[in-house]
Structures are given as C-alpha cells and as structure tokens.
Ligand binder design. Structure first.
Ligand code: PLP
Length: 500
C-alpha cells in the first residue's frame, strides 16, 4: 500500500485538469470559473477520502479515471436549481414541507403578466400619486365578506352571529404581511404592546417549526396572561383576569391538536360579549382561515373567516397558503380603525409583502369571488370524490402491471387498492380528513422505506407515505396530468428490483 503522501501526490493540480482536452468543451460551455470551482470541490473530496484512509491506491486510480464525469456532475449540480418540482403522492393537501398550496393557473398568469414589467403596485392611476398596495386585495376581501354576510353562503354557519353586534363590512379592512406568524406578531404589537393579553392555557399552541404563542407574545412586547387550565377554561376565568393593564382578548385556533374528554372552552359569543362589556378588542388567530365553505366537503368544525367576523370578533389573522389556497402570506381582516393602526405600525413596513404575493393573492381571491373554486388546486383537491380517485388509481395500477409484463415474469411487487384517508394538513383541525383510495405497493426484495427512498431519488421525485411496511400513494394530491409520470417512475423503479 502506498503511503498517504504518495496518494496525495498522484492527485492532479487544478490547472492541469483545466488544460485536459476532455474538460475543454465544458469550459467553453459553462465558463472557466465554474469548472475550476468544480475541480477544486472534486479534488477536495478525494483529499478528504485519502486523509480518512477510505481511499487506497487502486480505488484512487479508479476515481481518477472517472474524474472528468465527476467534475461534470459537480458543474451541473452547481448550475442547476436547488428548488425543484416534486410530485406529492402523500395525500396531505397543504404539506408545509412541500410548499403548502400549489398556485392556481390564473395566479401564475397574473404573476407573469405583472411581475416581469412595472405595475401600479403602489401607484394611483387616477391621481398619478402614490397609492396603497393593500387596495389590490382589500377590495376583494370586502366583497367576499359582504356577500357572505348578506347570506349568500350556503348552509348554516358553524357559529351563530351575535345579534348585539351586527358586522358592517364597510368598516372591515384587510392588510397582508409575510405569513400568519407575522400577522399575529403585528396584531399583538399594535394592539397590546406593554399591556396584557388574556389567552386560555388550552390555546398556548405551537405550530410546527418555531411558532409558539408565548414566544410570539414575548417578541411583540405584550404580556401573556394565561387563564384556566389545559383542558378547561371558562368565561369567568377571562373575566377575573381583566384589569387596567389588559389590552386584548385572544383566541387561538387549535390547529394541529384536539382536546377531548373532560374539556371546556367558552364560546366565541361569550368572548364577544365579555369584550364588549369591558370595551376590549377581541382577536382570533384562525391559522387556516377558510374563505371557501368547508361544510361543502364535509368538514364542519373549522371556523371560516366570515364565521368569526360575523360572530363579532374584531380582528382575525390567517394564512394565505392554507385553506385559502394561495401564496405564503398572513392576512389580517377586521375593524377598520384597528387595522389602520396596524398599517401605521413601523413593523408593518418590515413585514409587508412583494408584488409577487399581491399578484398571486389577488388572482386566488378573484377565483373565490367568481366561485370558481376548482381553479384553485388545493380547493379542487379537497373537492375530489373518492370515486374519481379510485378510477385514476385503478388505471395507474393496470398500467404498472402492463408495463411489468405481469404473468410472463416472476412477481417482484404487488400494487393494490386500499381504503384510506387524505389529510387537509397545514394547520386545519387534525380530524379534518377526506376519504380516499390509496395505491399500496409492496416489493419482495426491498423494504418500504427503501422503495420510498428510490421514488424520492427519481426525476421528478415522487413523495409517498410509508405505513405498516407498505408504500402508500394517494392520487388526491397528484395532478391528473402527473398520473402518467407517477406510473413511469414507479415502473422504472420496480423494473430495477431483483425478482424473487
Ligand atoms: C399555521 C398557523 C400559524 C402560522 O402561520 P404561518 O402562515 O405558517 O406563519 C399561526 N397560528 C395558527 C393557529 C396556525 O394554524
């Protein structure tokens, strides 16, 4: 075995590599700098492998013979996109790790039309003077909320409106910030900085990542006054905690968990009455914030934006990329005077969103106004029937079996239909599931997680669920035009598996 120093010496210099004939075309295509960086990265890896003794002379010779293609791969990786499309076969519609809501075609068109050129983002075309960026979505939300209030929405509401405080939509406005976490921060800072905010102990939630009500409260400068207990909080607990330092009552939606059993929570109507009595504002962090009536897809316990405002809640905060089906954003809708204060807060300038978000949000809201819910992918996926998903799943399974030449070759896998549930995800009630038909795939010579890993490594990556030793694919979250791609990727992966 050669000494380590000999191995190091047999590595070529970057300049030598750049002069080799094989590398020349790559340099003329992508430029000397990128290729030189790639050479350094590849050589660096070889050096590191030598130093940890993973590479003796034979292996090094082999690595050196393939160094040109290693450099090419490195160049492609550097110049390729890191953010890539994937196929979501998990059945989780609002999958935070997979980018939550896919945008509607009209949103993409509107983005393309307005973002590549100048726009009237903050420009009043009539007066020629500076305008406000909020107007683009504020007018649509006003319209949506007015219609719902006028009783245009089907079915009864989850919450009865409080008759003592009829909501007038001409006094409702909306502003947009970066996400719902920012919306909560801005609302708390504006309405309660230096004062106390009363929240039930059962609502001190953590929403994946690092959004925790007590932490956001601390950052906002407001002081948390938690009342009641984890499972039971009564209106009297709120009332007892009210004092001259109290600035706000806050209700937080339990987006990702449920408290069942010996549990109690005051109704929104009780909170509204209490807020009125003490002349305090009442805010509700809805999280998902549906503008579309979820009762039409059988989800009954998710309060919508209008449900809350109708009930007399003064300010609601919600996400743009959850049940609204639009881009990442945080929306604050509520009483005009309160929202105006938030707009005037210097934090708003730091949290406001770009024209990209306004374009996508305006188009998504416009689809809602037109009641064209099927043009919004997340809403369309929620409305897909199990029968339709079953039909597509059956077609996909027959294609797989056809391509595998089932019958003529030894069986390497099974693919069958399985009753299951899709999740809304992204912080809607954990019980909000939709009946679906899954494709369950089992391989004889590969574990389910190995198979799932190969699907992820495919181009495009296909992301599936693994449960009880099977790979489960839910076509609810797969776009119909992608069914064929899923079939091809699965066939390719399965064809590489050893037969038993
Ligand atoms: C999702 C959620 C948030 C955070 O919203 P982002 O848009 O992800 O910042 C905050 N509060 C509740 C109740 C939520 O469900």
């Amino acid at each position: 075995m050669k000494a380590q120093s000999d191995l190091y010496r047999s590595l070529p210099a970057v300049d030598d590599l750049l002069r080799t004939a094989d590398i020349k075309p790559l340099i003329s295509q992508e430029g000397q700098a990128v290729v030189a960086d790639a050479c350094r990265a590849v050589l660096g890896r070889l050096r590191e492998e030598i130093s940890t003794s993973r590479l003796e002379s034979e292996k090094l010779a082999l690595a050196l013979s393939g160094i040109q293609s290693a450099i090419e791969t490195e160049v492609r990786r550097t110049l390729g996109y890191s953010l890539r499309p994937v196929i979501n076969a998990t059945g989780v519609i609002l999958h935070t790790n997979l980018g939550r809501a896919p945008l509607a075609d009209t949103a993409l068109d509107h983005l393309r039309e307005t973002a590549g050129v100048y726009s009237n983002l903050e420009f009043d075309l009539e007066t020629g003077e500076r305008g406000k960026r909020d107007v683009h979505v504020d007018r649509l939300l006003r319209k949506l909320l007015t219609e719902e209030l006028a009783g245009a929405s089907p079915a009864g509401r989850a919450r009865a409106p409080v008759p003592t405080q009829p909501l007038r939509t001409e006094t409702i406005s909306t502003i947009v910030v970066n996400n719902n976490a920012a919306a909560v921060l801005l609302a708390l800072n504006t309405l309660a900085d230096g004062g106390e905010v009363i929240v039930s102990r059962g609502e001190l939630v953590e929403i994946g990542g690092s959004f925790r009500i007590p932490d956001v409260m601390a950052k906002s400068g407001a002081i948390l006054r938690d009342v009641g207990t984890t499972n039971r909080t009564r209106i009297a607990d709120y009332e007892r905690a009210i004092n001259e330092r109290t600035k706000l009552l806050l209700r937080v939606h339990r987006s990702n968990f449920e408290i069942t059993g010996f549990a109690e929570q005051p109704s929104i109507a009780e909170l509204v009455t209490l807020a009125q009595k003490h002349k305090l504002p009442l805010a509700e962090d809805l999280g998902s914030g549906a503008l579309f009536d979820l009762r039409t897809v059988g989800i009954n316990d998710e309060p919508g934006v209008t449900d809350s405002l109708c009930s007399g809640v003064h300010v609601v905060t919600y996400s743009g990329d959850k049940l609204l089906g639009g881009p990442q954003a945080g929306l604050i809708s509520g009483r005009e005077d309160l929202v105006r204060k938030m707009r005037a807060n210097s934090l708003f300038r730091a949290l406001r969103v770009d024209k990209l978000t306004y374009a996508a949000l305006e188009a998504t809201l416009l689809a809602c106004v037109k009641k064209d819910h099927d043009s919004v992918p997340a809403l369309r996926m929620m409305r897909l029937s199990k029968a339709e998903i079953t039909r597509r799943a059956e077609a996909l399974i027959s294609k797989l079996q056809e391509q595998a030449g089932e019958g003529s070759r030894p069986t390497r896998f099974t693919a069958e239909l399985l009753d299951g549930e899709s999740l809304i995800g992204g912080g809607s009630a954990p019980s909000a599931v939709l009946a679906t038909m899954l494709i369950a795939v089992t391989c004889y010579s590969l574990t389910a997680s190995e198979l799932a890993a190969r699907l992820r490594a495919s181009v495009p990556p296909v992301i599936a669920r693994v449960e009880e030793g099977r790979v489960l694919l839910d076509l609810r979250t797969v776009f119909p035009a992608q069914d064929e791609v899923v079939a091809r990727v699965l066939s390719q992966v399965l064809a590489q598996i050893r037969a038993v």
